[in-house]
Design a binder for this molecule. Structure first.
Ligand code: MV4
Length: 494
């Protein structure tokens, strides 16, 4: 096992990784930009290295700075977290060239999943079910249109290099095809410098169900069940849960085995996620594979009782998987809600500012809060405005959902606008309570989620109470301090 690792990331995921490394007796090196000089991840690590200015393309995205920091501190491995360099094949290669272990899959696996068309060819050969469609090399527009006509409308055009809905166009009739293809190609060229397109049958209101897989370097592979991530807004996940509502043992096993086939087809190692679309008839189709630890991994940890970061560290150091498939079981139900500094009443525009009050619900066997900020920290313009992930667990879905609404109503954040009220309204909406989710959920239930202000949590009184409590605490501290002559001013609490 490694004795020291560098975490090439920041925020909650850097803190999350440090926590497990500490528990395993592994020393940690944090890296930090100017803005993050005193950030929680920098404080929690055993050592830290400054990597330059706040913009991520001058710090967290500069491969050479991270490699140099690892070499200078004697770290043997680099954990990339998610985002930033986590799926960057060049960075993965650079680690190897410097005798550093990249805590992630082999570079070939990252490259294999880089193109949607190439990935679909690999998966078709491996016998993984695909959405009917055309993903060939011949990019003649007439060939693509003929494929669309043959499968029947509606169809969905997707950029092979795409992700997150960019370069994607729905086409409802042959007459719209040429214009849609042109527009999708232009968007893809602008975004990815690559306009290779594929076309698929457009599934209406599918669910997004993904399977957590793990493979080691000894040929072992397991799946750690599924997560339902259907509730999204403009391709951003909002609430995730495990297991998926309504999932049967048979379908779970079929999807799990298909996911393992997908992973083995690309000689995968480490933590991976195979995303599927699941239709109302229970048919499922491979969408893509994410070659990293995902933001929503905690719901899988809560229902499986496994620490996925510990698994990553063991596998990366050459150990076999800690468990066989037969030893893995599902216990209870978990939700994750992503708490953001953003304004739901203004098109979810990101919000910046100081977290003057930050009082998460108390953590317990039922409530987990993964965060990278403390009260008084600033949410800056430089990075993703996620404040925390709130994860809850209980023995069944109804009870877990009750835990979620309770924890959301206890969460106190002052100083900036957050999406907590929106998450609360979403969690109490009737169809969500029923587990009746699909990828159109938020749009379909907009009126219920946005309009029921009377059912919103009432924040004003609890926030005022929190501010008064904090003022008293600060005054008591000053009175007890040997420097109690110091000037004390109350920071404004919003
Ligand atoms: C689809 C689809 C329906 N049919 N493909 C959206 C992002 C990209 N990764 C794939 N996406 C979709 N592909 C076919 N053939 C619907 C979506 C989709 C979606 C998928 C998962 C989660 C949320 C979504 C929201 C809108 C559309």
């Amino acid at each position: 096992m490694f004795t020291k690792i560098l975490i090439a990331n920041r925020g909650e995921i850097a803190c999350r990784i440090i926590k497990t490394a500490k528990a395993m007796g592994i020393a940690t090196v944090a890296v930090y930009s100017e803005t993050d000089r005193n950030a929680l991840h920098e404080q929690l690590a055993d050592e830290s290295v400054a990597i330059g200015p706040s913009p991520s393309n001058e710090s967290y995205l500069v491969s050479n700075k991270l490699i140099q920091a690892a070499l200078d501190t004697g770290a043997q491995a680099i954990h990339p977290g998610y985002g930033f360099l986590s799926e960057n094949a060049e960075f993965c290669r650079l680690c190897a060239a410097n005798n550093l272990v990249f805590i992630g899959p082999p570079v070939e696996a990252i490259l294999a999943m880089g193109s949607k068309s190439a990935a679909k060819t690999i998966m078709a050969d491996a016998g993984v079910p695909l959405v009917p469609g055309y993903h060939g090399d011949d990019q003649n527009p007439e060939i693509i249109k003929q494929a669309a006509n043959n499968m029947g409308y509606p169809v969905l055009l997707k950029a092979a290099a795409g992700g997150g809905g960019k370069g994607m166009r729905a086409v409802y009739a042959e007459g719209e095809f040429d214009e849609a293809l042109g527009a999708a190609k232009r968007e893809a060229l602008n975004s990815f410098n690559d306009d290779i397109m594929l076309v698929e049958k457009y599934l209406l209101k599918p669910r997004h169900v993904e399977i957590q897989v793990f493979c080691d370097s000894h040929g072992n592979a397991v799946y750690l069940f599924e997560r339902d991530c259907s509730v999204q807004r403009r391709h951003q996940k909002v609430i995730e849960e495990a297991p998926a509502p309504g999932m049967t043992d048979t379908l779970r096993q079929q999807m799990g085995e298909a996911a393992i086939k997908a992973a083995l087809a690309i000689n995968y190692e480490g933590a991976g996620t195979v995303e599927f679309l699941l239709d109302a008839q229970g048919e499922f189709f491979f969408m893509e594979m994410n070659t990293r630890l995902q933001v929503e991994h905690p719901v899988t940890e809560m229902i499986s009782g496994q620490d996925l970061v510990e698994w990553q560290l063991r596998v990366a150091s050459g150990e076999p998987l800690p468990c066989s498939q037969e030893q893995l079981t599902i216990n209870g139900h978990a939700f994750e809600a992503r708490i953001y500094a953003e304004d739901p009443d203004h098109d979810f525009l990101p919000v910046t500012g100081r977290l003057t009050v930050l009082q998460p619900p108390r953590e317990s066997a039922h409530v987990r809060v993964d965060t990278g900020v403390v009260e008084g920290d600033e949410v800056s313009i430089y990075y993703d405005p996620m404040i925390a992930k709130l994860i809850v667990w209980d023995t069944d879905r109804d009870r877990a959902l009750q835990r979620l609404t309770q924890a959301l109503s206890e969460y106190r954040i002052g100083g900036l606008t957050t999406n907590i009220g929106f998450l609360y309204n979403l969690a109490i909406s009737q169809a969500f309570q029923n587990g009746d989710v699909d990828t159109g959920y938020i749009e379909e239930h907009e009126a219920e989620i946005f309009r029921q202000r009377d059912r919103d949590i009432d924040y004003a009184a609890p926030l005022a109470a929190a501010a008064i409590f904090k003022l008293r605490e600060q005054q008591a501290q000053i009175q007890a301090s040997p420097f109690n002559g110091a000037q004390f001013t109350l920071a404004s609490v919003q």
